[in-house]
Design a protein around this ligand. Structure first.
Ligand SMILES: *[C@@H]1O[C@H](CO)[C@@H](O)[C@H](O)[C@H]1NC(C)=O
Ligand SMILES: *[C@@H]1O[C@H](CO)[C@@H](O)[C@H](O)[C@H]1NC(C)=O
Ligand SMILES: *[C@@H]1O[C@H](CO)[C@@H](O)[C@H](O)[C@H]1NC(C)=O
Length: 351
């Protein structure tokens, strides 16, 4: 039996969990974490969050929360940036069309595209019993690896949606059947080494204890002792509008991620911390759950119309709409499905 003392001690610990929408900020070829300064980066990304987003964004360039004037996220003190690869439909005739992003129906209506972002403590339902430390200013990390050709880690998932509330089963690769939409899920690691804002592979300063389906799989190791929020992205892709177009007859499926991956093992996501002052720490130290954290309890929040009004103009001038003859940035194809630019990219990201 738990002693009264330990119950009291647990009650003093934080229980907050954030789940909120961020509308689309920009869709363009920039990647300030993996390819800082490259205009354009190797492949197309969809980005949400603060409008300080640009090609470089090094820690010494300053605090995004000071530079940004708006954010596409519900929590108006969150000027972080969140991004993933973009999904395309590949026609049998070789043309590509970008798959639009649709809103999550767990969120208020009216949010334009974007993602659902989570900062949880340990898992979806129970919020753990330890201090959760906010990321420091300048912090960034990635999850997943473009070059992976088999399952890379837990927490990188695809869900074949029957409707927008479908959450299972979670797949490690693209579903091969026709779905009413596909959700991609990216869980980031939640154990930090306590020292480095980044690392050469953007991952070794973190340790992964996440499991599938928002379930945590253990304590942080001594090498990475600081428990930070468990960050997760969900993106809902409106694939249904392509279901009546030509479908491969060899058992494969027609969707591809923007770096040419039609299996999905290279699915990846980037995170750049940008909460104002101590807003994230205050939230993590509170006991609010999801939208109960809004309206100053303890976080300032805004409505979808204000979120949607925040955008950044593309720095990269290229067409990403309609039928395209190649994936943006992937035009030099040697017949192996790997473009010259993506080969350079692979070399530059290999640890
Ligand atoms: C990005 O923003 C920083 C800080 O405002 C600025 O110093 C830098 O020149 C910008 N870089 C690009 C490529 O726009
Ligand atoms: C492929 O099919 C689409 C839809 O019919 C069409 O618009 C596009 O021009 C075609 N591409 C090629 C290369 O024929
Ligand atoms: C949505 O799909 C799930 C199965 O994925 C099903 O259990 C649920 O009843 C469906 N909801 C609606 C509103 O149709």
């Amino acid at each position: 039996m738990k002693s009264v003392l330990s119950v009291v001690a647990l009650a003093g610990l934080s229980e907050a969990a954030l789940r909120f929408g961020c509308s689309t900020l920009s869709i363009q070829r920039l990647d300030p974490v993996v390819e800082p300064g490259s205009i354009p980066s190797a492949h197309l990304h969809q980005i949400v969050g603060g409008n300080a987003f640009n090609a470089s964004m090094q820690p010494e360039d300053g605090d995004p929360a000071q530079k940004a004037t708006c954010t596409t996220c519900t929590f108006s003190e969150d000027f972080s940036n969140y991004w993933t690869a973009v999904m395309f439909y590949k026609h049998q005739n070789g043309s590509y069309q970008r798959v639009p992003i649709m809103a999550n129906d767990a969120l208020p209506p009216g949010i334009n595209g974007g993602m659902t972002i989570y900062y949880t403590q340990q898992d979806f339902f129970s919020n753990g019993n330890q201090k959760i430390t906010s990321f420091p200013k300048g912090f960034r990390m990635t999850a997943g690896k473009v070059t992976a050709t088999s399952k890379y880690s837990k927490g990188l998932k695809f869900v074949c949606l029957q409707n927008k509330s479908t959450r299972f089963p979670e797949l490690d690769e693209f579903p091969t059947q026709k779905c009413n939409g596909i959700m991609t899920v990216h869980h980031f690691p939640a154990c930090w080494d306590g020292k480095n804002l980044d690392s050469p592979d953007h991952q070794s300063h973190m340790y992964n204890t996440v499991n599938d389906a928002f379930v945590n799989s253990g304590a942080c190791p001594a090498s990475h002792p600081v428990r930070v929020p468990q960050v997760t992205y969900e993106t809902l892709w409106d694939t249904a509008q392509f279901n009546n177009l030509p479908w491969p007859t060899d058992g494969s499926q027609p969707f591809v991620l923007s770096y040419g991956d039609d299996l999905g093992f290279g699915t990846h996501a980037d995170y750049m911390f940008g909460w104002k002052d101590d807003a994230l720490q205050r939230a993590m130290d509170s006991s609010c759950m999801f939208n109960a954290c809004e309206n100053g309890n303890p976080l300032k929040s805004q409505q979808p119309a204000q979120m949607n009004a925040c955008t950044v103009q593309p720095t990269v001038d290229e067409n990403i709409n309609g039928w395209l003859s190649a994936l943006p940035g992937m035009s030099i194809d040697h017949g192996d499905g790997v473009s010259e630019e993506s080969e350079e990219y692979r070399e530059c990201i290999m640890p």
